[in-house]
Design a protein around this ligand. Sequence first.
Ligand SMILES: C=CC1=C(C)c2cc3[nH]c(cc4nc(cc5[nH]c(cc1n2)c(C)c5CCC(=O)O)C(CCC(=O)O)=C4C)c(C)c3C=C
Ligand SMILES: [Fe+2]
Length: 424
Amino acid sequence: MTDAATDGLPAAGATLELSRRRLLGTVGAAGAAGLVVGGAGGALGASAAQADAPQALSAIGTTEVPFRAAGAKHQAGITTPLQASGHLVAFDLAPGAGRKEAAALLRRWSRTAEELMAGRAPDADTGVALDAGPSSLTVTFGLGRSFFDRTGLTARRPVQLDPLPTFSADALDPQRSEGDLWVQIGADDALVAFHALRTLQKETAGAARLRWQMNGFNRTPGATAHPMTARNLMGQVDGTNNPKPSDPDFDRRIFVGADTAQEWMRGGSYAVVRRIRMLLDDWEKRSRTQQERVIGRRKDNGAPLTGGTETTPMNLDATGPDGLPVIPANAHARIAAPEANQGAALLRRPFSYHDGFREDGAPDAGLLFVCWQADPLRAFTQIQRKLDRGDALSPFLRHEASGLYAVPPAPSSGDYVAQPLLEG
Ligand SMILES: C=CC1=C(C)c2cc3[nH]c(cc4nc(cc5[nH]c(cc1n2)c(C)c5CCC(=O)O)C(CCC(=O)O)=C4C)c(C)c3C=C
Ligand SMILES: [Fe+2]
């Protein structure tokens, strides 16, 4: 954390916390930021705090993702590494609120997101995140299809927000789907994430009402000996074959290009959000071999069934002694691959969720599937249509909620998210 990051702290009250945080800021600026403190370090940190001794934040706490990095075209939270804790939340504009109120809200939210992501406390703060650094907090704002009607901007609504088709595995709850405004919050500390959520919710100040909220998680950075691809609640390595920012066609696939009719979306992206419950009782009855054939990859290291390591390309043509494909014809990874979808690709950036147990004892758990693309029709819809026709994973899944949002580019300095749309 930089010195500047401590400026927004309250001037009075909680002197111990204040002095500790100032100290942390100074230590961070002096170069302790980036120090990786593992499990033992966490315990050490607790005892040192009790003694009020100088203590550097771990790299996890100090990591700051700028709301608008110099020259950044895209909002944070799209290519940012997965965070440990997340909230997805949708709001509807309040009755009577229109374009003016929406603009004022996005202006307030943008300013606050910038402060929070820098680790600074907002005015009249609750103190929930006081002792923590920015902890990789990102806040990402999106606009749903209905936003354009509510603000009198229907004529400027991108065709990419046309409703998604219905799929056979859908059991969608409309109350937990769509919404005028969507906010994705991620942080490597659960208190920092909650603090951002609560602060933004209070800032709606009568202009918008909560429509739905979902809470998710990922593995905590530092929990593994070295950074690894995430695992989901089925135990699979999930995210291996995501497009990489270093791929030559990454920007074209994930971000809206200069050829768009909606200039205010240039550099933005479209987020498809699906709450996908996993039928874990059924899944866990399958043997490891059966589970691996469902995906086409090994469970232990994520390598394709055709061999190699996690990053070895799948050999989709390989056949076994029985003459059948080694990666089964209905394996999820085969059916979802760009080769099977006219080159379609999307960036998957999910959170797992667990909302307790259902009446039958089955976990209400699964994936808050968030994926990013320049054009949902050519990416999510294309791939999901294919999966829906006979993917081996689909029988273990229920899609329970759905949202599609236009996520505008990062605002320039002093501007707010979607300002060119709302004031253009
Ligand atoms: C419409 C898009 C997709 C949905 C919905 C989806 C759900 C879903 N997937 C897993 C687990 C895995 N998916 C994997 C690969 C993979 N999945 C998609 C798309 C959707 N998945 C794509 C495009 C790919 C990449 C295919 C490729 O190019 O190889 C894998 C394998 C490892 C990896 O590459 O990430 C796993 C595992 C779950 C559990 C799930 C719904 C809950
Ligand atoms: Fe998948």
